[in-house]
Design a protein around this ligand. Structure first.
Ligand SMILES: *Cc1c(COP(=O)(O)O)cnc(C)c1O
Length: 405
């Protein structure tokens, strides 16, 4: 960059000045955050700015990103199949590997079929904008993930929001949708909510959707590799196989790579192949990504030692952090928010943890509602007890300093 001659026109200056104003407003509200740049692989410990830190900020639940099986599979696939695919899935970008992975995902989720996408974000946007059109209606939990919200924004379907995890409110919305006579009605919920770590009341939602003739879509981004037998997700956790139309998952979190998928029927798969815009208009996963994902699914099918380790660490950390007097909200999963309130105070808390060698991000508006800022922690299967103890002691110190406990 240093050798490049930068010429700046008035137009560009004005454009930048207008963006700068908005950035300044973020700074004033304490919401301006420089990127944290990792100088190491993602893991229970990371290096940032030359400092070694205990990492409570990743979604790498099982530590699979550095598992030798995944790395070996990625290297071999790159050697054999090349670095990229050079096409979208529907033209020339589907290799044997892509279909193999989809068969494995379907088997893992116990559905007829699965279809993979470039990311969890993309699968939500692609599926919702494809299966819902103007004569349809979507009934959505108010705290659903941004990618679901964006997917809904792309449809002309009618929208009804219900209060978070409120079965009565969901039922009212379903009743209203039925009365108004839409063609298809789809109830959408996260399986595990990413900022609070609570589990959707899926059995109640499924029963109500069935009573009103609606389909159900569950986004198990934070539940796959975490809940259910061998980490099969919330549908397995609650024994609801065959009753959820669209099982969404990501390959970017517990699976340790990147990607998203929908596990469903062969009809849904076929429909999406012909209509889902990210599938039609954005290139497919590189072979190394696909092969690493396959290795992760194989590993989870084989044994669930890592899932059990994840839950043992979760129980240990949750109990201790509550005993320190912190409010962890409604969390029931490895996502444990430590509620702070003011965004600026959460950022201050996070900075002080950082200075003590603990990497846990402060999260504020717009990711969570105003006044509900928090430190979001995620323990993984690969954290040692010593690392968890050191993190807990940093929380205790900073909590005392900021008079939060
Ligand atoms: C992280 C997340 C996604 C996006 O997944 P990516 O693979 O990172 O794009 C979608 N839905 C939920 C609920 C998530 O938490």
């Amino acid at each position: 960059m240093t050798d490049t001659q930068h010429t700046t026109t008035d137009g560009l200056r004005q454009f930048d000045a207008s963006l700068t104003e908005e950035l300044d407003s973020l700074r004033e509200r304490g919401l301006y955050r420089p990127l944290r740049v990792l100088e190491s692989a993602q893991g229970p410990r990371v290096r940032i700015g030359g400092q070694e830190l205990i990492n409570l900020s990743s979604n790498n639940y099982l530590g699979l990103n550095t598992h030798p099986d995944l790395i070996e599979a990625a290297c071999q696939a790159a050697q054999t199949w090349g670095a990229g695919t050079g096409a979208v899935r529907t033209i020339a970008g589907t290799q044997t590997l892509h279909e193999e992975l989809e068969k494995k995902l379907a088997r893992f989720k116990k559905t007829e079929a699965a279809l993979s996408f470039q990311s969890g974000y993309t699968v939500n946007v692609g599926v919702l904008s494809s299966v819902l059109q103007e004569p349809d209606c979507v009934v959505s939990d108010a705290l659903n993930h941004a990618s679901i919200i964006d997917g809904i924004r792309l449809t002309k379907a009618h929208r009804l929001l219900f209060d978070h995890a409120d079965l009565d409110a969901a039922e009212q919305a379903l009743a209203k949708a039925r009365k108004e006579g839409y063609r298809r009605v789809l109830l959408v919920t996260d399986g595990v909510f990413s900022m609070d770590g609570d589990i959707a009341p899926l059995p109640g939602l499924v029963e109500r959707a069935e009573a009103y003739g609606a389909g159900v879509m569950v986004d198990d981004a934070h539940a796959t590799g975490v809940l259910g037998s061998h980490g099969r997700g919330t549908v397995d956790h609650f024994g609801l196989h065959g009753r959820v139309a669209l099982n969404i998952g990501t390959l970017s979190k517990a699976i340790g790579v990147v990607g998203g998928y929908v596990a469903s029927t062969t009809t849904v798969r076929d429909y999406l192949i012909h209509t889902a815009r990210p599938f039609l208009f954005s290139s497919s996963h590189p072979p190394a990504v696909v092969a690493a994902c396959e290795a992760a699914v194989d590993l989870l099918e084989r044994d669930d030692v890592l899932v059990q380790q994840l839950w043992a660490n979760t129980a240990y950390f949750k109990k201790a952090i509550r005993e320190l007097g912190f409010d962890t909200g409604t969390s029931e999963t490895p996502i444990t928010p430590v509620m702070i309130g003011e965004a600026s105070k959460a950022m201050e808390f996070s900075d002080r943890l950082f200075a003590r060698g603990v990497f846990a991000q402060g999260i504020g508006f717009p990711t969570v509602p105003e006044g509900k800022a928090r430190i979001r922690t995620i323990v993984t299967a690969t954290h040692t007890r010593e690392q968890l103890d050191a993190a807990l002691s940093a929380f205790a110190d900073v909590g005392r300093e900021l008079a939060l406990r």
